[in-house]
Each structure stands twice: as C-alpha cells, then as structure tokens.
Design a protein around this ligand. Structure first.
Ligand SMILES: NC(=O)c1ccc[n+]([C@@H]2O[C@H](COP(=O)([O-])OP(=O)(O)OC[C@H]3O[C@@H](n4cnc5c(N)ncnc54)[C@H](O)[C@@H]3O)[C@@H](O)[C@H]2O)c1
Length: 248
C-alpha cells in the first residue's frame, strides 16, 4: 500500500501510535506533518522520517487552524488528516470523576477531533478529495467502570466519524475511526504504576484480550495505512477495531 507524495497531518505523532503511524506513512512515501503538544519530541520524529514538525494543542481551535494553514502554505495541499492526539484523564467512575478532568478529556479527545476535521474539511472539499482518520478506542464501543469521560469522548468520536462520512462521501472524502485495544504506549504508564509496574499491569489485562498479547503501536499503524490508502477507497464511516478481539 502506497501513499506516495500524499501530504498527511498526524496529531499526537510525537509518541506511541501517532509516532508509529508517522514512521509507517513516511515509509509508504507520504510527506508527514508531525503535529503534537510536545514540540521537541515532534521535532525528533520529524527529523527521523524527513517530515515537518508542527507544535499544536488540538484543544486550541485557533492553533488547529494554524496547523492546517501552515501545512497548505508549506506543501500546497492536504491529502489526509489523522486526528490521533489523546489523553487518558483521571480513571475514576462517575461519582468520583473530577469535573476538571472530565472537561479536559472531552476537550482534547472529542472537541480536538472536531476542530481537526473541520479545519481539514475546507481544503478537502475544495480539492474534491481527502481522507480523514481518528483514533477512537474499544472504549468508544464498550463501557467499563473506568473513566466515563474517556468512554464518552471516544464514543463521540465514533459518531462524529460516521456523521462526516455520511455528510462528505459524495464530495470524495472518506472518514474512518481506528479503535485500538490495549496498546503498549506511554498513555498506559499511570495505570501500570498504579498496579505496581508494567509486568503486573500486563498480567492483569492479558486475560481480557483474546489474542493474549498487548497491542503494539505498529499494529494500529498498519490498519491506519490500509484505511488511509486507496486500497480502502470503498471503506467509509467504520469504527475499525485493532484490539486482538477485545471488542468481539
Ligand atoms: N494506548 C492505548 O492502549 C490506546 C487504546 C485506545 C486508544 N488509544 C488512543 O490512541 C491515541 C494515541 O495515544 P497513544 O496510546 O499513542 O498515547 P501517547 O501518550 O503515547 O501519545 C499521545 C500523544 O498525543 C499528544 N497529545 C496529548 N494531548 C495533546 C493535545 N492537546 N494536542 C496535541 N497533542 C496532544 C501527546 O503529547 C502524545 O505525543 C489517543 O487518542 C488514545 O486515546 C490508545
């Protein structure tokens, strides 16, 4: 699957799933904009893959507009945007959920995807083509007693993706969500620490994963490459689990 010369913006690309996606898309021939809150780490990934680092807070509407305008100024077009940036927030059920964490998780994980899609849609509508991706989660498909904000935000992303797919398919734009299961990235560190370390954490979660292994960021990057590429030209509005069977 090729993305030769496609201009691809990936948010949250300085770490974990986004960084694996940036590497995979660049290897497939894309010109990748590595957009992240962590400017220095984004610079490191961009230098490694010959991409462009772009510091951005996806929760900041104006900053997301600058990201898309900057991409257009640098490359002259935008072929794909993958809204991947996300945070875990406080893991506490509804009665103990702090309002501040609830609001930040919804702002970054859901409103951030909305800002990113909206900014990217304008040039894509003009061009008559484009691909949008978002990283939702199995947590957007199934509830747990963990963080209500995270579940609600990710379920919202799945519905936003389905809306965008319906609204813009006739204008040549596809929009799909990835739903990773437990994937070995720094976002899991606080949960691992709370359980006494990474090994204790993995021992706890493995029985919940039919494939009996935790996902790798590269597993999600491969699925993203498929959805990004022309091989998926008739795939639109799906929530695609990459989860070792967790959501089944
Ligand atoms: N790792 C998992 O188990 C898992 C499972 C399902 C879904 N996800 C989702 O995958 C996505 C990527 O997470 P990851 O696992 O690679 O974690 P990660 O912590 O390694 O990467 C997240 C990246 O997003 C960036 N980011 C956070 N807030 C931002 C903001 N406001 N603006 C711009 N960038 C911001 C961080 O700096 C970081 O580089 C997230 O949306 C997460 O919710 C992860």
């Amino acid at each position: 699957m090729e993305l030769t010369d496609r201009v691809c913006v990936i948010t949250g690309a300085a770490s974990g799933i986004g960084a694996a996606g940036a590497r995979r898309f660049a290897a497939a021939g894309a010109r990748v904009v590595v957009a992240d809150l962590q400017a220095e780490a984004a610079q490191g990934i961009a230098a490694e893959i010959g991409g462009l680092a772009f510091p951005v807070d996806v929760a900041d509407e104006a900053a997301v507009e600058v990201l898309v305008a900057g991409t257009l100024a640098r490359f002259g077009r935008l072929d794909l945007l993958w809204a991947n940036a996300g945070i875990a927030g406080v893991r506490a059920p509804c009665a103990e959920q702090p309002a501040e964490s609830w609001e930040r998780v919804l702002r970054v994980n859901l409103t951030g995807v909305f800002f990113s899609f909206r900014a990217a849609l304008r040039p894509m509508i003009e061009a008559g083509r484009g691909v949008l991706l978002a990283t939702a989660s199995v947590a957007g498909l199934q509830a747990s007693a963990g963080s209500p904000a995270y579940h609600v935000a990710k379920a919202g992303v799945v519905m936003l993706v389905r809306h965008v797919a319906r609204a813009y398919a006739a204008r040549g734009i596809r929009c799909n969500a990835l739903c990773p299961g437990l994937t070995d990235t720094p976002i899991l560190d606080p949960f691992a620490e709370a359980l006494g370390g990474r090994e204790a954490f993995i021992a706890r979660v493995l029985p919940t994963i039919p494939s009996r292994r935790v996902g790798r960021p590269e597993d999600v990057a491969e699925a993203a490459l498929f959805l990004a590429s022309d091989a998926a030209s008739y795939v639109n509005g799906v929530a695609f689990p990459v989860d070792g069977g967790m959501a089944s």
